[in-house]
Ligand binder design. Structure first.
Ligand SMILES: Cc1ncc(COP(=O)(O)O)c(C=O)c1O
Length: 405
């Protein structure tokens, strides 16, 4: 047991692969919208485990479901029929227009499954050798070899991992002609996030989405929507694609699905689901009884407590408050963006010092693309919490020298 932050850091350096640029904070406990450090100091959480603990941390009602299921059955494998998985499937499919679901363990694995499904559907059902997947610049789809290749970003995510799998094309964001030009007789699918999260909280414009859907229809190719970050009420609808009134052929979920337990899902139409058959795709852990029972409870709570409406309302409140700050600091805040509680405040300068000052003032959020403070709090966050965030940010910007900006 380590008693101080320095001890923890030293132990970690000796023990773990060095893959994370961690925040200088060791969390010992998390409850609702609060994180506690080793000394019991409280931090207001605008990160929610990166858009995962959408219902807040360490909820009693979810802990009860987890414990009850853990005493009954934890894991028996996907060789058996299991009721909790079916209950979850019914609930999940009732929130969208998809007809079938495949359960897995993470966002990357869900996207990997979606890519495999699109390719196999084209080959085995449509009898066409379409395998290319087109994605957008600055997208983020995960860190398996296929999903990092699909990801429209360069840098450490790709560096050193070649040869990367074939069959992925990335096109510039928002340029419909570039996308149209990339489609060819080998294209299987276009894969997009409705709001690019890691890419800087960028919602796709409505016209752009409508054009993408039209291109898919005209060319007989599939639309895959990556809802790993945007799904489960985060953006103010149960699924972000519902803002656009579209029905993807395949969409993926993970992050908030089991409020912190690892779970992913691939949803698809009944037609596209024909692409999989026994032996073609599987996972040992996916859809296990405990995560399934927890995810069922998550969906119940989200629907009963109208979390989508809450995300919309709180997102609008955060936007209004941030715009007040922008009027006060027009040289320091360049804009706001996002949907619901996937919300970004774009600074006019590199935001590392502002982000660190927020942390020093006991507020946790994320900085993405160097300048954008990304706010993805639990959906249970209150107006008072948002006011606290903005007032701390206000005083930090107040004392930020104009030359830093
Ligand atoms: C849009 C999107 N897709 C995929 C992933 C990968 O999910 P995971 O880290 O669970 O593999 C992420 C993670 O941040 C994401 O934001």
């Amino acid at each position: 047991m380590s008693n101080t932050f320095d001890e923890i850091q030293k132990r970690e350096n000796a023990l773990l692969c060095n893959t994370y640029g961690r925040y200088p904070l060791a969390v010992s406990k998390a409850k609702d919208c609060t994180l506690f450090d080793l000394d019991g100091e409280e931090y207001l959480d605008f990160l929610a485990g990166i858009a995962v603990c959408s219902l807040g941390h360490s909820r009693e009602d979810i802990a009860d479901v987890m414990a009850e299921q853990a005493r009954k059955m934890v894991h028996v494998s996907n060789l058996f029929y299991q009721e909790p998985q079916l209950e979850l499937a019914e609930k999940l499919l009732s929130t969208c227009a998809a007809g079938k679901v495949f359960f897995c363990n993470s966002g990357a694995e869900a996207n990997e499954g979606a890519i495999k499904l699109a390719r196999r559907y084209m080959r085995k059902v449509r009898n066409e050798d379409r395998h290319e997947i087109i994605t957008l610049e600055r997208s983020f789809h995960g860190r398996t070899l296929s999903t990092l290749t699909a990801t429209g970003q360069e840098g450490p995510i790709k560096d050193g991992f070649s040869p990367l799998p074939e069959g992925f094309i990335t096109v510039p964001f928002g340029k419909i002609n570039a996308l149209r030009g990339a489609v060819n007789s080998k294209t299987a699918a276009i894969m997009v996030e409705m709001v690019q999260g890691e890419g800087g909280v960028r919602p796709l414009p409505t016209d752009y989405v409508n054009d993408i859907v039209a291109i898919c229809k005209e060319n007989g190719i599939l639309l895959i929507v990556d809802e790993v970050q945007t799904g489960l009420c985060r953006t103010g609808r149960f699924w972000a694609h519902q803002h656009y009134g579209i029905t993807p052929d395949i969409f993926t979920s993970a992050k908030a699905l089991a409020n912190g337990l690892p779970m992913g899902a691939v949803m698809c139409s009944d037609e596209v689901a024909k692409g999989f058959e026994p032996g073609s795709h599987a996972t040992t852990f996916g859809g296990g009884a405990v995560v399934s029972a927890v995810a069922s409870k998550v969906i119940d709570i989200m629907l009963e407590e109208k979390m989508a409406e809450r995300a919309l309302k709180m997102g609008a409140f955060a936007k209004a408050e941030a715009e007040k700050l922008m009027a006060k600091h027009p040289d320091k805040i360049a804009g706001t963006r996002g949907l619901g509680l996937l919300f970004g405040i774009e600074l006019s300068f590199n935001g590392a010092d502002v982000w660190k000052a927020l942390l020093d003032n006991k507020i946790v959020c994320n900085l993405t693309q160097g300048k954008i403070l990304r706010l993805v709090p639990p959906l249970t966050i209150t107006e008072e919490d948002i006011r606290t965030f903005m007032s701390v940010l206000d005083s930090i910007l107040e004392s930020t020298a104009p030359e830093a900006a």
